[in-house]
Design a protein around this ligand. Structure first.
Ligand code: NAP
Length: 285
């Protein structure tokens, strides 16, 4: 299988892999650690070099696992982490962002994060977080910053702030069963050349037990998970970060990038997982 993988452009032109790897719930059980590390390393070898993590995951244990998994591979990877906007610790404040980033860098065993995201909107004014992010860029601790779980109104507010237009990406819940962003947020992002990073692209393994995914999968000789992932990956301006702790799932996910769904497949999915006809509030996991 080719490791030469499709890519999408950040607003500044730098390209990142269209298919990456999530890490939520990794690093939490010693018995699974070796498999999780092997899965992440296999994904990188297959070209899935976009790695997403967060300080919140496993209270830092996931970042430590990612750091271990990426030993010797750091320069091949585009590493994403997120600051946790928890009110008690003020991590999303001007100084809190810098403190949180230093702690993430130490756990990840690296000197820079390629894309640092605000995990969701908390109580801290956005301009403070943006100031903190911009200071981190100037210090070379992060290369780009962005947001997560921001709907169109949040994005409009963000890009109107001083420095806010430097936002490089928005990571949101988007999959065949959660199509709300197609109504407004995806077109908004596409028009600005800002990538959408689709999290939970196979709906956190909660896809319906019976749906047109079954027949489409049988027709292509693949799994329903691969069809669901290929469906997300068909969208322009969208990259996806499925989490797979099993190496066979990583390989299947990489193969899903090469799966082309036909018009009949897409129509069957539209009939069951209806596209939005009006605004739906952005969902979060
Ligand atoms: P997901 O990637 O949609 O689903 C993960 C689940 O699907 C795991 O149980 C995994 O199993 C299974 N799976 C993956 N590929 C499979 C395949 N080919 N066949 C069968 N099962 C497969 O859900 P997610 O972890 O919620 O989302 C992905 C990543 O997005 C997260 O890990 C995290 O990095 C990020 N995320 C961000 C936010 C946010 O607020 N910004 C929220 C949620 C998630 P195994 O692990 O056993 O292989």
């Amino acid at each position: 299988m080719s490791t030469d993988i499709a890519s999408i452009a950040l607003p500044g032109g730098e390209r990142i892999a269209k298919l990456g790897q999530g890490t939520w719930e990794m690093g939490e059980r010693a018995s699974r650690r070796a498999d999780e590390i092997a899965a992440l390393r296999e994904g990188v070898a297959l070209g899935m070099t976009l790695i997403d993590t967060a300080e919140m995951y496993g209270d830092g244990a996931t970042e430590e696992l990612v750091g271990e998994a990426l030993q010797g591979l750091r320069d091949e990877v585009f590493l994403v982490s997120k600051v946790y906007p928890h009110n008690a610790t003020h991590n999303a404040s001007r100084r809190g962002v810098e403190r949180a980033c230093e702690a993430s860098l130490a756990r990840l065993g690296t000197d820079r994060i390629d894309l640092y995201l605000l995990h969701w909107r908390g109580g801290v004014p956005l301009e403070e977080t943006v100031e903190g992010f911009e200071a981190l860029v100037r210090a070379g601790k992060i290369r780009h910053w962005g947001v997560s779980n921001f709907d169109v109104d949040d994005m409009e507010e963000l890009v109107a702030l001083p420095g806010g237009a430097a936002c490089a990406a928005n990571q949101i819940l988007y999959n065949v069963a959660r199509r709300g962003p197609e109504f407004d947020l995806l077109p908004w992002s596409l028009a600005r050349g800002m990538p959408v990073m689709a999290y939970s692209p196979v709906d956190h393994a909660r896809l319906p037990k019976r749906s047109p995914l079954d027949d489409i999968a049988a027709g292509h000789g693949v799994s329903v998970w691969q069809v669901a992932l290929a469906w997300v990956l068909r969208a322009s301006g969208v990259c996806a970060i499925p989490k797979a702790a099993r190496i066979e799932h990583v390989r299947e996910n990489r193969a899903a990038l090469d799966l082309k769904l036909g018009d009949a497949d897409l129509a069957a999915l539209d009939a069951y997982f209806k596209p939005p006809r009006s605004k739906r509030a952005l969902e979060m996991l």
